[in-house]
Design a protein around this ligand. Structure first.
Ligand SMILES: *Cc1c(COP(=O)(O)O)cnc(C)c1O
Length: 398
């Protein structure tokens, strides 16, 4: 059977793969602690579930307009205005089946052969593949841990060519948790305005920020950038709604209507019931969000402190999201049972075999000297997992 060439261009999602492997080992009776999952461990708040149940009872179970109902678009518009200080009208909003779907349809709408898309690394696993599936060329722009994994102005300027179509900005970031400050975004905005390239701003973690920090979108620094920026967001992470599949984009009308046109020929509307639930998420009581963030922060502090106590590992304290991205490169060259660990994949395999702990190799995010741990898991799991990792790293022969 000859499959289409595009299938060979891409990889299955590494984070979903590690979660599947951990689940398989667990099913086989192994006591695995998973730090792989890229989703909140909290249950969806009760008021949101109730809104969905009500939608079902009301018979709100049919097709809706492709890009979502007006009531949802209005809730998104108000969210973007009140939380992000960005103004949009209904024709500039499209709701999709999760932010990943939004990004996919957006890439299909704007990229073609020859288009370069700048993806700062470490990056969310799906960006390069989404660009490749749209016939674009991912241009990976490495950032340094010393710069907090953030793009520097001169490095961005150097990465832009006559073929550059867009840059993807993800702040707070998956996998590093780094978030841009206003002045860091200003430095990038200067280059982006000069170059006239598009910005895809993946703001899915905009609410998950710690230490009193404020979220900024690049359009907050230069208002005219709204004409070349597509903001992507969704309810999955903030409201613990990953399974509900609602994401959205806000941007120039021409682009949004192209995204909607593409969506009309793949999924049609996102689930009607989930749309009603998302309206409640965006408009309803936000206290559950605050309490989830408070808990994430305690976990962040514990996990960062624990990792930094392990000889050979070091970890920045992330500003947001629910991941840590420790540098593990100093244990490379160590051995166990005659085998030498030389990469993030080998280290992750060792931790799974020897310590029953699942982490995601940094290679999947473009940086082989690191691994990603999600702390969207209970404090109890984090404590036990850290003990196991500490012991396993201590067992390596240096
Ligand atoms: C989780 C995630 C998404 C996708 O979320 P959906 O569940 O598809 O809405 C997009 N970008 C980043 C960086 C993510 O971590």
């Amino acid at each position: 059977m000859k499959l289409a060439e595009r299938v060979k261009r891409i990889q299955p999602s590494a984070t979903l793969a590690i979660t599947a492997k951990a689940n398989a080992l667990r099913a086989a009776g192994r006591d695995i602690i998973g730090f792989g999952a890229g989703e909140p461990d909290f249950d969806t708040p009760e008021n949101i579930k109730e809104a969905a149940i009500q939608a079902i009872k009301d018979g709100f179970t049919k097709y809706t307009p492709v890009g979502g109902i007006d009531e949802l678009k209005d809730a998104i518009i108000d969210k973007l205005q009140n939380e992000n200080n960005l103004s949009y009208s209904r024709s500039q909003i499209v709701a999709s089946c999760g932010a990943k779907h939004t990004l996919y349809n957006l890439a299909q709408a704007i990229f073609e052969q020859g288009d370069e898309v700048i993806i700062p690394s470490p990056y969310w696993v799906s960006y390069p593949d989404i660009v490749l599936l749209a016939d674009g060329t991912p241009v990976i722009l490495q950032t340094d841990e010393a710069d907090g994994f953030k793009v520097k102005q001169e490095n961005l300027r150097r990465a832009i060519t006559g073929r550059t179509k867009a840059i993807i900005i993800n702040s707070p970031s998956n996998p590093t948790g780094s978030a841009y400050t206003l002045s860091e975004l200003e430095a990038l905005a200067d280059v982006i305005v000069d170059a006239g390239i598009l910005v895809i701003s993946d703001d899915i973690y905009d609410n998950i920020l710690y230490d009193g920090l404020t979220f900024y979108n690049i359009c907050n620094v230069r208002e005219e950038l709204q004409e070349q920026t597509i903001v992507v967001n969704g309810v999955s992470k903030t409201y613990a709604m990953t399974g509900w599949r609602i994401g959205y984009a806000a941007g120039p009308e021409e682009i949004i209507s192209a995204v909607t046109k593409i969506q009309s020929q793949n999924t049609s509307n996102p689930t009607s019931i989930s749309q009603k639930a998302s309206i409640e998420a965006l408009r309803g009581d936000q206290r559950s969000v605050k309490s989830m963030i408070k808990e994430y922060k305690e976990r962040r502090d514990y996990i960062v402190d624990s990792l930094n106590k392990i000889n050979g590992l070091s970890c920045l304290r992330p500003q947001g999201a629910f991941y840590v991205f420790p540098n593990v490169s100093r244990v490379y060259g160590s051995t166990y049972g005659g085998k030498t660990i030389t990469s993030s994949v080998e280290l992750a395999a060792y931790l799974l075999d020897a310590a029953n702990v699942a982490v995601v190799p940094g290679e999947a995010f473009g940086n082989d000297g690191y691994v990603r741990l999600s702390y969207a898991t209970s404090m109890e799991n984090i404590r036990r997992g850290m003990e196991r990792i500490t012991a396993a790293i201590g067992d390596l022969k240096r």
